[in-house]
Design a protein around this ligand. Structure first.
Ligand code: TYD
Length: 148
């Protein structure tokens, strides 16, 4: 059984889309194995997005993930571990392409994402591979916070 890390991003939190996104992912037959509110630090986000280091857009992405472009009172993100057969690929398919303007219109990013000030506000993160999922779950959750 695969596990994948989901982050509800500030644009989706601001628009009160957390329940909609979660219900779409739960409807894939996936279980919630971990759930928490996280007030993310810049250091945590830079670690999470280590693959983007050196790109022109990483600073904008980190600022966005800290809520700088949205109207939130804090730096909150909602983090989930979802699990099920082939969870990583199935969740990524439900999200659609990284660029919300290119994502199929029926996907979560196609429906709810946008680009503002050059930063993709694409509503939700999900791990891209089993290696990424293991790394990201260990970064955002303590072992005892995730169901065995
Ligand atoms: P990435 O890990 O490549 O994509 P994904 O989230 O689909 O796994 O990029 C991380 C985030 O960075 C992405 O969700 C949106 C943002 N981003 C941009 O703002 N501009 C870009 O050109 C790219 C590739 C990503």
């Amino acid at each position: 059984m695969e596990q994948t890390l989901i982050l509800i991003k500030p644009d989706a939190i601001e628009k009160r889309l957390t329940g909609v996104i979660l219900s779409r992912l739960e409807a894939l037959g996936l279980d919630i194995a971990g759930a928490k509110v996280v007030c993310a630090t810049e250091a945590l986000l830079r670690e999470h997005y280590a693959n983007l280091k050196g790109t022109a857009f990483v600073d904008g992405v980190v600022k966005f993930m800290m809520g700088d472009y949205n109207h939130l009172p804090d730096h909150r993100l909602y983090a989930f571990v979802l699990r099920g057969e082939n969870a990583i690929a199935r969740v990524r398919a439900a999200l659609g392409a990284t660029n919300p303007e290119k994502a199929d219109p029926w996907t979560l990013r196609g429906q709810f994402g946008c680009i503002k000030e050059g930063v993709m506000q694409n509503a939700v993160h999900a791990s891209g591979s089993p290696q990424d999922a293991a790394r990201e779950i260990a970064l955002w959750f303590k072992p005892e916070e995730v169901l065995k």
